[in-house]
Design a protein around this ligand. Structure first.
Ligand SMILES: [Zn+2]
Length: 289
């Protein structure tokens, strides 16, 4: 007697996958995506990797790092603060931290990027958090800039982050949001059969695709369910800088499609501040004792 599809026990069967955030049962939504119907957490089966394509992003990233420090500083004095950035890439965030008087260090698995950051004078361990981190004390602030969504099984790393934090320390998670206007538009296009923008937002086909797509609510649930960390702040960042936009778009879209996408994003960029943000930062605090 043939088994029905519901008896498929392959590793990709949705019945095998529980939500990282709320432990609900994940539902298949495509060839490589799953969604939690309860909390909206999204998961892909894309293969995690290392490295990052930064072309056209430097202006935006550096601007956003300043906005982040403007928000962090009232929560914790930055002068002398021991800051660890996980996935420190070329060291742009470390440079911004140093400018604010902090004592930053990074950990980065991609050796070429780590070397660039070291050459710029930053302290960077090569490898993965927390196993390859040189053991020399706790950190006041641990930051993940566009990194947390690349980590397989994120729920399992939360207690390890908490263990590396000093009492009262902060975890800063800067992640793309599935509530964002561009993600929603891309999702709508994807359901109509136009998959390019959706695949681009997941970084499908890139060196390090997204494994998870969070929104601030299910991210809070994931962190607080797996640790004593508690959310202390949440704010939006810009996902588009008009400077560098053309370079960013033509990287993955050529010809008339790229030109149309550039024109569309350029126009939307003027009203983005009033639309659901595609990048949100969530900050969690560890208890004092
Ligand atoms: Zn869920």
């Amino acid at each position: 007697m043939p088994l029905s599809a519901s008896h498929d026990h392959s590793p990709n069967a949705s019945e095998d996958r529980l939500c990282e955030a709320c432990l609900g049962r994940m539902k298949s939504t495509g060839a490589w995506t799953f969604e939690c119907p309860s909390c909206g957490f999204l998961l892909s089966t894309l293969t995690p990797g290392i490295g990052t394509e930064m072309d056209g992003l430097e202006t935006l990233r550096r601007h956003n790092y300043e906005r982040m420090f403007d928000r962090i500083e009232p929560m914790m004095p930055l002068k002398g603060a021991r800051i660890l950035e996980v996935g420190s890439a070329r060291g742009w965030f470390l440079a911004a931290a140093k400018q604010r008087g902090a004592l930053p260090q990074g950990i980065e698995p991609e050796a070429g990027n780590a070397s660039l950051a070291r050459a710029a004078g930053h302290r960077v361990d090569i490898g993965y958090f927390p196993d390859d981190l040189a053991a020399d004390g706790l950190h006041d602030i641990i930051v993940f800039n566009d990194v947390f969504e690349h980590i397989p099984a994120p729920s399992q790393i939360v207690s390890k982050i908490e263990a590396q934090l000093s009492p009262g320390g902060l975890v800063v998670l800067n992640c793309p949001s599935s509530n964002g206007i561009f993600f929603r538009l891309a999702g709508a296009l994807n359901s109509l059969g136009v998959s390019g923008p959706y695949e681009r937002l997941w970084q499908k086909g890139y060196s390090s695709p997204h494994v998870s797509y969070f929104n601030p609510s299910n991210l809070q649930r994931l962190i607080e369910r797996n640790s004593g960390l508690r959310e202390a702040a949440r704010f939006r960042l810009n996902s588009v800088a008009r400077a560098g936009l053309w370079k960013r778009v033509k990287d993955s879209n050529t010809g008339i499609g790229g030109a149309l996408m550039f024109a569309g994003i350029w126009c939307v960029s003027f009203v983005l501040a009033w639309l659901p943000p595609d990048i949100e930062v969530s900050i969690f605090r560890k208890r004092e004792i």
